[in-house]
Each structure stands twice: as C-alpha cells, then as structure tokens.
Design a protein around this ligand. Structure first.
Ligand SMILES: *Cc1c(COP(=O)(O)O)cnc(C)c1O
Length: 423
C-alpha cells in the first residue's frame, strides 16, 4: 500500500469533505521551496505551506538549533519555571515589536494567540468592574477556528453551525479603496456604546479572505478612534508577521501602535507549532494585584516550549540576515514585474502586491464560492503542473518562501498565465 492509501484509513484532514475530496498527496521530502511526493513528483510550494515556511523546508540552521536544544533541555513547564530560550527570545522580539509592547504570553498556534488576546481584553475591564463584553472585527476576517477566534472570524460558512454559541462580535466594513469612510463611520458608532472591549484586525492584508488589502493610513485612523474611546486594539499578525509584507510586521507601516499583537505561523520557520500574544505594560498592570482572582488563569501544557523557542531564535536570525532581507526584496520586485505584465490580461479583474504577497482576481460570470468547482479546477491545474497554490474562490495568490529562486518563481508565474488561458 502507498502512503496515500494508508493515510485514508485513519486520518481526518482539515477543511476537507472526505466524500468528495481527492486523496491527500503524501509528501516525503522538502528542501528550500520544493517538496517531493512518494512517487518522486516535485512540487513548488508557492504558499509556504499555509504561510509558515519563509526560510525553506528542512532548513539546516533551524534543524541544528532544535537538535541542540533537544539534547540540552527539550521541555520544562512554564508554570513556576523559566529557561534561557524563552528569556532570550522575548528579549530579541522586544527589539523588533512595536515600541509600546512589553509583555509576551506564549501559546501553541494562531487561534490560541487570538483566544488569549480576546480573553485579556474582556478580563482587563472585568477586573475593574466594567462590563465590556463585545468585540469589534472586520467583515470576512479570519482569526482561527477555536471558539473565541471563530467568533471573531467573519467567513460565515466556517462558523454557521456555531453561531448561537459564540461571544458577541460586531462587524465593520473592511476599509478597502472606496470603503474607508464607511469603515470609520461604523467603528465610530460602535465605540461610543461603551460595550466593546477590543477591535481585532488583520493589519493591511486579510489572508484567508483572499489577500484582501487596505492602506495603513486608514488603519491608523481606526486605531486612533479606539484609543480615544478606551477600546483595545489587537493586531492579528499571525499571517503578516516576519517579513511577509516587506517589513518585519505589517504594523511597521503604521504611525499608531496596537495594544496587543498575535504572532505565530512563521515564528518558528514552520518547524514547531508556537505562538505569542504580546501586550503593553498597561494591559499587564490590569492583572497585577494582591488579589489572585485578578490574574490571567490561562495556560497551555506546552507554553514557551524550549525547543520551539530555539527554533524561533534560529528563525529570527535567518530573517534578520542580509541574505534573507535581500530575498524578500527580490521576490517583491519580481512580483511587481509580473503584476505589470499580467494585469492587462482580459481575464484578470484586479491584481495586488504587498511585500512577498501577490494576488490576482480572475474575471468570472458568477460569484465563485470559497471551495467551489471553479476553485477546484484552478487548484487541480496547479497541482498537476507541480505548483502548490490554493485559490480562494476566483482569487489566485502566491506567498512563497523567501528563498524561492527566480527560476522557481518564473515557473509559478508561467503556470498562472497558463491557467488563465485554460480556465
Ligand atoms: C492562520 C491564522 C490564524 C489561526 O492560526 P492557527 O495556527 O491555524 O490556529 C489566525 N489569524 C490569522 C490572521 C491567520 O492567518
């Protein structure tokens, strides 16, 4: 039996209708931007395996750091104990996070980092005897799949079955070009009700919605409105963090600073699941008290796992190297050149680029659904041609590992051009 056949027996895959989906492809090896399946077929990973892997698969620097850590101290509980990798990682992150950030809370994945931010927002006010239980979020947002994160997410078919069991979230329009004033107006009306503890957003790019982009200037205004009305701001940088937008964080494009930040995905270069929620000192102080009931009673077994921290430290070192920064710029320039070439194609509705993110919307007669047949046709074309791209409806996007070579990038671009003629 092949690996793919054996897999069918016991494994339940994410976002998968097993009755109609094709059998998952069994990958046996990864290196740089490439993956190989069990039949030896090569794939270019044009989405960095769901945006986690900027420095290339099986990166030797990260592997070495993990091995060293595993043979020194693989894990110790973070309740009542600490260790060098967590202390050092926190120090290193402080140097690149927005200057108002001062305390870090470790967890396991993007969803937990969002849960923690939401719980902290609500408890901060609860600790002062203030009732603020609603959260503000954008339409079509994605913040994860656990209950709090799911409530904040706005892609309805993900959350339909649970909609009566979620915390209360109020939505404002995404301030894309032309919708800025509507977004600002909606937020202004919500913050004055004094019922909202926080506004959570994916800064500048909504990943899961299909790389929907908006400008830093309008986000600055939204954050300022929240600040003036004692509503915390939570920048969910799980997707955008660590160079994807061309800067370390999307928030680096802003003049305002968020009160909290969620980071995960590229944090460990795709090696180990880990996440961090970062906070201002003011927020931390809202829990600092002689009364134990005012503490944040939240934790995960693997909080600040030393091996994960070691992988994150190695990843940071890679990100900050001249070579990686040059790669980010190179990929960005290539995207701009390709955008220029493709945007006049009769089947292209819109294109957009930020940092290493490229997205293209294909003109269609009908509105295409997230996982519909049009999307499947696109997906299958790319897979058959050895390129891993997961279109969102009629949106095709690339978010490559920064180490993807020009040759590999050009192959991805040419497959996108081909799919436009094929579809
Ligand atoms: C992926 C993602 C999450 C959820 O992260 P998981 O690790 O899948 O739980 C949250 N927010 C954003 C912006 C994401 O892209």
């Amino acid at each position: 039996m092949t690996l793919a056949e054996r897999n069918q027996k016991h494994n339940w895959h994410p976002y998968t209708q097993h009755k109609t989906a094709q059998r998952p492809i069994a990958i046996v090896k990864g290196e740089g931007a490439l993956l190989w399946d069990e039949d030896g077929k090569e794939y270019i990973d044009a989405i960095a395996s769901w945006w986690v892997n900027p420095y290339g698969h099986s990166n030797p620097v990260i592997a070495e750091a993990i091995y060293k850590q595993l043979t020194t101290l693989e894990h110790v509980l973070f309740g009542g104990f600490t260790h060098e990798p967590a202390v050092e990682l926190s120090e290193k992150l402080m140097a690149i996070l927005p200057s108002n950030q001062n305390k870090l809370f470790y967890s396991d994945n993007g969803s937990t980092s969002v849960e923690i931010a939401i719980k902290v927002s609500m408890q901060y006010f609860f600790n002062q005897g203030i009732k603020k239980t609603k959260i503000i979020a954008f339409e079509d947002a994605f913040h994860g799949d656990t209950f709090g994160a799911m409530a904040a997410s706005g892609i309805s078919f993900f959350t339909e079955a649970f909609k009566d069991s979620l915390i209360e979230v109020v939505r404002i329009p995404v301030p894309t070009l032309g919708n800025e004033e509507a977004s600002i107006r909606a937020l202004t009306e919500l913050v004055i009700t004094n019922e909202c503890s926080a506004f959570i957003f994916e800064p500048l790019v909504q990943g899961a919605a299909g790389m929907v982009m908006y400008k830093p200037e309008v986000l600055d205004r939204l954050i300022a409105i929240c600040r003036e009305n004692q509503v915390f701001t939570i920048a969910d940088e799980v997707m955008t963090g660590f160079g994807k937008t061309g800067k370390n964080f999307a928030c680096d494009y802003l003049t305002q600073m968020p009160d909290m930040m969620c980071i995960s995905k590229a944090l460990t270069g795709g090696a180990i699941p880990m996440a961090i929620t970062s906070f201002t000192q003011e927020i931390f102080d809202g829990f600092y008290d002689d009364d134990i009931n005012k503490a944040l009673f939240h934790g995960h077994t693997f909080t600040a796992n030393p091996t994960g921290c070691a992988a994150a430290l190695a990843s940071l070192q890679l990100l900050q190297s001249e070579k990686m920064q040059a790669n980010i710029q190179r990929v960005h320039q290539s995207h701009l050149a390709f955008e220029n070439k493709i945007k006049k194609h009769p089947k292209v509705a819109t294109t957009r680029v930020l940092g290493v993110i490229f997205a293209l919307e294909i003109k269609t007669e009908n509105e295409e659904t997230y996982y519909g047949s049009f999307r499947n046709k696109l997906y299958n074309f790319f897979i058959e041609n050895g390129v891993i791209i997961r279109p969102v409806g009629n949106i095709v996007y690339i978010l490559p590992p920064y180490v993807m070579t020009e040759n590999q990038l050009n192959k991805v671009y040419s497959k996108i051009e081909e799919v436009l003629d094929f579809i």
